[in-house]
Structure formats: C-alpha cells, structure tokens
Design a binder for this molecule. Structure first.
Ligand code: SF4
Ligand code: MSK
Length: 634
C-alpha cells in the first residue's frame, strides 16, 4: 500500500469508531479502501467548480476558475451556460434514479393488486385510501381493489404523462403551486422533464442560465413531488407505514455465531423478500445444521433504512462503511440492488471470501456473481443468496473481528406519526406542531439529510450540525446516511432530549420523543415535503412553504441524487445548505441566481458552508428571519 495512506491518521477519516477499527484492520491486511483512494487522488480543481464542458467533440473546454469570464468555450458557451448545463444534467441523473426506483415500486403495486405477485400484499389499506382521496379518487362505497387500480392509473401519469400537471401537485400548498405555475415549472411527467433537460443541455440548445434554471427546477420537482413521493407512498401501502421502533445500529449488530447477510442498496423489494427467506423454517434449519445459531439479516444504506423503519431490522452503517463492514470477515453474503454501490465492494469482498451478489439487471458489476431478482418470484433469488451465505459460514476463516459498539435509538417517524405523537390525529392536521412553533418552544424545523463522503471526515459534520441545531431548539428531521450517523452517535433516542435547548427538550420530554426524528431513506425526503405542506395547510405559519421557519442541509453529500433533492427543496421554498463542496464556479451569475435571486422570486435558495457550526448558524439565522416575518419572533 502506498506510504501516504499510512501517514494519514485514521481519526482524520472518520468519527465512526467501528469504521476506524476496520480501516486499521484493512491496512494491516493490505486491503485498499476508498478512504485511501480519496487521500491519494486529489480532486481536479476545474472539475470541482464545474468549470469544464465535454458536451461535444470540439472540446472538452476548460474555463479559468480564477477569472471565469476570461474566456468562452469553442462554441462560445459562457461559464454560466457551462455550469448551469452541468448542474442540470446532475439533476436529471438524480431525478432519473429516484423516478426509476419509484416506477419499479408502482409496477410491483400493480402486480400485487392484479394477483400477479402473491408473495406480497397490501399492508396499509388506510394509507391507500388517504393517498387516493388526496388525488380526488372516489373511495366511498367502492372495493379496495377498484380504488387501487384507479390509484395505479393515476400515479402512472407521474412518469409517463406528456402534458398537464403530475398528480401529486394536488398535495402542494395552493400558493406554492401558484408560484410554480407563474414561473412555468410545474412538472408534466418525469420522463418528459428528464428528456427535455437532457435536450436543453446539449450543444447549441438552451444557452440562457435563467431559462435553464426553470427546467432544472421542473425536473427536480418531478423527483420530489413525483417519483420519490410515489415511491414512499406505494412502499408504505405495500409494506406498512412506519411507526416508531427501537433499533440497534452499527457494525456490532454482526454476530460471530450467526450467518450474517447484508443487504445494501435502495429498492425495498430485495430486502422485503430477504426478510421472508431469512425466516423460512427450512433455511433456518439449514443454518443451524451448519453450526450457526441462526440467520442474522442486516441492512445498509437506504434499503437498510427502509427495513429499519418498518420492521426494526438492525442496520450496520452508512455509505462510507460498506467496504469497512466486509473487513470484519464476518459477512457471509452481501447482496445489492441499485445506487451507491461502490464497484470496489466486489474486490474487498473477495479479499475476505465473502460472496458478493448483484440482483438487479440495471446494476451488474464486472466479475461479480449475478442472481437476478424476478419481481414475480423474488424468493427464488433471496433463497439462493441465503444458501450461499450458509455455505460460506461453514468455511469461514479465523480472522474475524467485529467491532462491539452499537447505538440504540428510535426510528420510523412517518409524517403521520409525527403529528399523532404531538397530540394530533394519525392522519389529521399539524396543529400541535404548529402551536409549538408559534409559542416558540420549537424554534423551527431542519431537515438534515444525505450522504457521507470520503473527502469529509465521516459523520463529523452531520453530528456536530445536529447537536448545534437541537441545542438551539430546532427540531431535526432526518433521512438517508445522515440518519445513521446520528443513530450511531446515540442522538436518536429519547435520552438525547437532554442535549436539546429548554423549549425543544420540554416538548420531547412531554411526548417521549427524541429531538432527532429519522424518517427513512433518500426517497423518503418526500415525507418532509408532505410534512411541510401540512404545516402550511394547517395555518398560522404563512401561506407557502417558503414562509415556514425551516431549513435543510446535506453536510457531507456526494451523489447526483443529492443535487436533485437539494434543487427540489429549493424550488419548494426551502433554504438548503450543502457542505464541503459544491459544483459551482464562484463569482458567476449562475451562482448569484441560485444562491440569492431565487429567494427574491418566492422560492428557497442554495447555501454553502464548510464548517458544521457555520451551517447551523446560517440555518438558525434563516429560521429566525422567517419567524420575524411571521410575527412569531420570541
Ligand atoms: Fe466546448 Fe461548447 Fe463543445 Fe462544451 S459544447 S465542449 S463548451 S465547444
Ligand atoms: S444511500 S444517496 S449515500 S444518503 Fe441513499 Fe446514502 Fe447518499 Fe446513497
């Protein structure tokens, strides 16, 4: 291994003790991890500011980041056109990922209601009725199947419709929707918006950064209020709407005496099928005959968060720990579906004789074993994976080292439950939350979400930012890898109320809730949108989402999906801060447009900060500004 890695202190790479222990072990074992590559490979300074274009073969063209208006591309494209086009393509890619995921869930829903898939059934008919009613589908006096078929047909428009407005626009606060109509950014259908975004960012098409920004917002809104929202709702209908559940997280959930199977990725179907297979009496018997005390199913990343929220399934860690967990030597199989799956997992798995299995035709990895999951017969795939894991358990090497530390916390806070918990009805208005904001016990609401990134110290900014927010009476809603960072740090249990400011602590102690509420996976950011919409509709906090004392942050982001999420929050009215890096050339008109001008048009705006305390300061100042405008300043 290169000397540089050995010179880098492990404590500079992560604040996750288990991951640190495994980085140290990997170094001893001579196994390279992505932390090592991030230290070795410096980011390109031009690419980091998004100041290059390779949209045609006259280029690639590189701009001068120190003096961005010095030159233009060979076609004449200005820095604003180049950065805006690059940004638009990131949003298109992120939106495509979430909408393809959502469309897969909708197809599964169709097959379940048509009886083509008999392994799953509708677990939450009440949610089905609620979503149907929100979309003006008649529910009175009708069979559930009839309503479900209508709901399928309506929701399909989210993806395939070419004109009009996507169905979920009915859930947007009227004034927010009005501002989108005025700006011409109401999404027609996700496929159409992604197609148009790609077209408009090709050489010689849209070369006006303000006009491009409109399509960037429209595409992102087709994700947040479209593909992602449909995915969350359908997953709740099929597998149950989450309610609070106590769960153990961290690598200590691996068990030396059990067959450990990790599921990592994003689409719930693989893990839901795996839950059924892991409980199969014959497979359990096979595991015991192999000398194990049972089958230990564990989630990672967003698939794991879905199952953690719904079933209390243990979770081993976030994106930056997926290689490190293999270094334990205790993983008997890792199976994956789509998104955030590092190609090098295959090589690291091989170093520890762990079967690494891809299951989705969209996401194969060169040289990895592929067992296709057929949605009509998912257990065929998952049973085969369990058998492979049992076989590996029998031949496990002796170099197993499992970090002991785990965090115990409460997760599974759907927007329905947040209201119920605070004294409202399960599916009613948000009166209790609004009242606590108006009376000042809760200063405001923050969404802290998103990835971890080996170019930032793992989990550090997530944890420090959230600590500062709750200390200042800001209620924190979480999704994605960020939720895991806080869970490992012990801030998702009711005991964390002791770290909150006096107002928030009083609410938490009265209700018995933690000040940090985990809402689930990345697509579940749509739960935050619905919560925001319900707060506006309930009254007392303004007429648009932009009026709410709320802010968002992805302090350690890395994925294009995060940029799509950020843009749909900004377009919805939320001040959204990203940390550590941002694909933007400083001092450009496009930067001013995203970071200042959008707010003056009634939208949210982007922000950037490198230090978690600075992120918190900016978010709290924004929340206070909104409180003042509402006349509820403390
Ligand atoms: Fe260069 Fe223009 Fe081609 Fe981009 S589109 S690579 S700026 S010539
Ligand atoms: S898994 S998108 S690293 S949150 Fe959704 Fe985590 Fe970011 Fe992937």
């Amino acid at each position: 291994m290169a000397k540089l890695q050995e010179l880098i202190n492990v404590s500079d790479l992560t604040t996750c003790e288990a991951t640190a222990q495994m980085i140290t072990k990997a170094r001893k074992d001579g196994v390279e991890l992505f932390f090592d590559r991030a230290s070795n490979m410096k980011a390109c300074p031009i690419g980091a500011e998004s100041a290059c274009c390779k949209h045609c073969s006259m280029g690639p063209c590189r701009m001068n980041v120190n003096s961005p208006y010095d030159r233009v591309g060979i076609c004449g494209a200005t820095i604003d056109t180049i950065v805006a086009r690059n940004f638009g393509r990131m949003v298109a890619a992120g939106t495509a990922a979430h909408t393809d995921h959502g469309m897969g869930m909708l197809e599964l829903f169709r097959d379940v209601i048509n009886g083509k898939n008999t392994d799953f059934k509708i677990q939450d008919p009440m949610k089905l009725l609620e979503v149907a009613k929100a979309l003006d589908i008649v529910t009175e006096g009708r069979e559930l199947k009839e309503i479900a078929l209508d709901l399928y047909a309506e929701l399909e428009k989210t993806y395939t419709q070419v004109d009009g407005e996507i169905p979920m626009m009915k859930r947007v606060p009227p004034k927010t929707l009005e501002s989108w109509r005025k700006e011409g950014i109401v999404p027609r259908g996700a496929m159409r918006e992604i197609m148009e975004m790609m077209h408009r960012t090709a050489i010689g098409v849209d070369q006006d950064y303000e006009n491009l920004t409109k399509q960037i917002s429209r595409t992102a809104l087709a994700d947040g209020w479209g593909g992602s929202m449909v995915s969350t709702d359908i997953t709740d209908i099929l597998f149950g709407t989450p309610s609070p559940v106590e769960v153990e997280v961290g690598m200590g959930v691996l068990k030396e005496d059990k067959v450990n199977i990790i599921v990592h990725g994003h689409e719930p179907i693989l893990l839901e099928a795996m839950i059924i297979s892991a409980a199969d009496p014959e497979l359990k018997k096979m595991a015991i005959e192999a000398g194990a005390k049972g089958i230990n199913l564990i989630g990672m990343c967003c698939s794991g968060l879905d199952a953690l929220s719904r079933h209390g399934l243990p979770h081993a860690g976030n994106f930056s720990s997926t290689e490190a967990v293999l270094v334990t030597g205790a993983v008997d199989a890792m199976c994956v579906d789509v998104q955030c799956i590092k190609q090098d997992l295959k090589r690291v798995a091989e170093c520890y004789d762990t079967p690494f299995i891809t299951t989705n035709y969209r996401a194969k990895i060169e040289g990895a074993l592929h067992i296709q999951l057929d949605e009509h017969d998912p257990l065929k795939c998952t049973e085969e994976i369990v058998i492979k894991a049992i076989t590996r358990f029998k031949t496990r090497g002796k170099t197993i080292e499992i970090p002991r530390k785990t965090g115990l916390g409460v997760h599974g806070f759907s927007y329905e439950y947040i209201n119920y918990m605070l004294g409202g009805s399960f599916r009613g208005s948000y009166k209790p939350l609004n009242e606590n904001i108006i009376n000042g016990r809760i200063r405001g609401v923050a969404g802290v979400v998103g990835c971890t990134n080996p170019r930032s110290k793992q989990d550090f900014s997530h944890v420090e930012l959230v600590k500062e927010l709750i200390r200042n009476d800001v209620l924190v809603l979480q999704t994605g890898c960020s939720q895991l960072a806080l869970a490992k740090a012990g801030l998702t249990g009711p005991g964390a109320a002791a770290m909150a400011g006096p107002g928030l602590a009083e609410v938490c102690e009265t209700v018995g809730m933690p000040p940090v509420l985990g809402l689930g996976s990345c697509v579940d950011n749509s739960r935050i949108l619905i919560a925001a919409s319900k707060m506006v509709r309930t009254g007392g906090l303004g007429e648009t989402i932009a009026d709410l004392p709320a802010a968002g942050c992805a302090p350690e982001w890395m994925s294009e999906k995060a940029i799509a999420i950020g843009q749909y929050f900004v377009a919805s009215g939320v001040y959204t801060i990203f940390g550590h890096t941002f694909p933007m050339t400083k001092g450009t008109k496009f930067e001013k447009h995203l970071f200042e001008e959008l707010e003056t048009k009634g939208f949210g705006k982007w922000g950037f900060a490198d230090d978690p305390l600075e992120m918190a300061r900016l978010m709290i100042a924004h929340i206070d500004k909104k409180r003042q405008a509402l006349g509820i300043d403390k």
